[in-house]
Ligand binder design. Structure first.
Ligand SMILES: [Mg+2]
Length: 253
């Protein structure tokens, strides 16, 4: 467990520039608060509308980049029709999906994960391109779940262990959020714009680093070490920052 540094040690992000910025947003723990189970998240009623409006102001340069399946993202954010990347980059909407083939052994791997979770009294989360076992209900099981996941990845070579918040996930090898940003940045709406990425989890760090290294900046949501230069304490503050960007005078220029 990494010791959390104070949320006060990094400043909040500067205002968005509608004419020059491209915005990439993680979903869980970033746009919406983490819930006891993945299904129990609460999506604010106006969130899809805010994203849709902001995307229009950014001339289409706004994308969601998540470890969730694309189907779940589309369901939770109905009303937003911009680009979305799901399953850590293995599936996408609004761009050519980079997935060349289904990873070998997907359904067997998912069954083994579901069996393990059920025998351990933990929650199994089915994902379209993998699965996750959540130990939020019993954090003392972390080492056991991690051991199981690494043993599984030894047998299913098309999958990689992805640590997450109170969960361990198996995702297809070769896909990542920063890889997704490279592909998104080649779309005409994003090309030549300054990348701004917001995320909360260890899975977001390579994408935050990519934004920082490519002339833009990262916004870490919540406590914890990060390569991002800026920080906001909770998803609520990120939503406020997005809404403020919509209402900013800069838009009227
Ligand atoms: Mg997240």
């Amino acid at each position: 467990m990494i010791l959390d540094d104070s949320p006060q040690t990094k400043p909040g992000p500067p205002a968005l520039n509608p004419y020059g910025d491209a915005l990439f947003l993680d979903f869980d723990g970033c746009l919406v608060e983490i819930a006891p189970t993945p299904d129990a998240i609460k999506v604010p009623d106006d969130l899809p509308h805010v994203l849709q409006e902001l995307a229009a102001r950014l001339n289409g340069a706004l994308a969601i980049v998540s470890g969730r399946s694309l189907h779940e993202l589309e369901t939770f954010l109905q009303g937003f029709d911009g680009p979305m990347v799901g399953s850590h980059g293995a599936e996408a909407r609004g761009m050519t999906a980079p997935m060349a083939h289904q990873p070998v052994g997907l359904s067997d791997l998912q069954q083994e994960m579901a069996d393990f979770a059920s025998q351990s009294g933990l929650l199994y989360e089915h994902k379209s391109h993998g699965g996750a076992v959540h130990f939020r209900s019993d954090p003392t099981r972390q080492a056991q779940v991690e051991g199981f996941a690494h043993a599984l990845a030894e047998r299913y070579r098309d999958f990689t262990v992805q640590p997450a918040k109170m969960a361990v996930e198996l995702r297809p090898t070769g896909f990542s959020k920063d890889g997704a940003l490279v592909l998104l940045s080649e779309l005409s709406a994003f090309e030549g714009r300054r990348p701004v990425y917001a995320g909360d989890d260890t899975t977001d760090e390579p994408a935050l680093a990519w934004a920082e290294a490519n002339g833009g900046f990262g916004i870490k949501i919540g406590a914890g070490e990060s390569v991002a230069r800026f920080r906001l304490p909770e998803p609520q503050q990120l939503r406020g920052w997005l809404s403020a960007a919509l209402e900013g005078e800069a838009w009227d220029v």
